[in-house]
Ligand binder design. Sequence first.
Ligand code: AMP
Ligand code: MG
Length: 414
Amino acid sequence: MNHGCDEYDPNSLTVEQAQALIDRIVEPVSGRERVFLRAALDRVLATDVTAPFDVPPHRNSAMDGYAVRSADLPAEGEARLAVIGGSFAGRPFAGELAAGQAVRIMTGAVVPTGADTVVMQENVQRQGDTIILAPGQRAGDNVRHPGEDMQAGEVVLEAGRRLNAADIGLLASFGIAEIDVHRRPVVAFFSTGDELKGIGSRLGEGDIYDSNRYTLHALLERLPVIIRDMGVIPDDPAAVRAAFAEAAAHADVVITSGGVSVGDADYVKQTLDALGKVDFWKIAMKPGRPLAFGRLGEAVFFGLPGNPVSVMATFILFARPALLKRAGAIPVPPLMLKARTQNRLKKRPGRKDYQRGILAQADDGTLAVDTTGLQGSHVLSSMSRANCFIALPRESGDVEAGEWVEVIPFAGLF
Ligand code: AMP
Ligand code: MG
């Protein structure tokens, strides 16, 4: 298939077009499972969660102080109220407040019947069983109302949400012990290349260690997926074919790195052509121009480029959203910010650049971004030092120091 669209290279897709096509093709896996709340972090909710009761469930105090009737607050002069008891968190005051009375109250404790206001203890003078109030208190202050946070029946978490620490706490506040989440898709991945050696073996002439498989494993560990590491596959058509067949048999998503160019030892594309349904894409981006995408049996297939920075960029931009969608998650677009570049950035029009940058707040409070220096797609240290991508539009040429650029912080992405 040819999605010709690029005025610079008629055979390449823009990043946005590729993302839209992937989103159109990838479907969530079916199947759900019930997990304990403690095992639910980062999992994807399979159903909406509605509040079974109001939170907070009762009227309670936001401060340590005294519960009073607003009618007793002095407009001028001072008021003297009799302290008739205490209301503590988990141990409410049993009686009712009458005119001229107050109850000592702690944060989170039930506001007693008859009271409608809590006066902070710092604004009260206590003499024995009497408190003295000065003017300046407002009716209703420091009282939290039932349902103020969440109301019974309200959808508080939607199906497709990836649960974070706040969500886990929220579910616990409803006494929910177990929840239904989507099954985690199985992701099989392997590296291709005769030069790749496993950690622990000796490097011969021209060999390198297979770093992509470790990068990919780490990237995948951040996602709600089951990881199947299939190792290194040599640049041999039969071996690549066997690996594809094995991966397709048990995975929901298959990811490879390397071998997607058009070199003599690049077998990923032709194997996909033979065993699956393939779109081979040139993407108008840098790093990471070649990307094989398609279907391999029931699995979604990503053939990522071999260069280590390209692997990360294409994973983050294309594979990660697809994996999340496959896992049932509602997409959450990455945060994009504007920052002022501190350096001149070299850029050729025609491809969208994802340069590596270090984002920080400048003295004037605005965001500033520094380049990490060398931007080759093999320079993995640039990814390691960076905390953001600097995304330069396809049409853009060189960017001068001081210009505003778009940055995508890495936080939360890997
Ligand atoms: P390829 O796409 O197979 O032509 O690989 C492009 C470049 O990435 C070559 O320099 C490869 O040696 C390198 N490369 C490919 N796979 C890996 C890997 N798993 N780990 C580290 N470098 C790799
Ligand atoms: Mg190779």
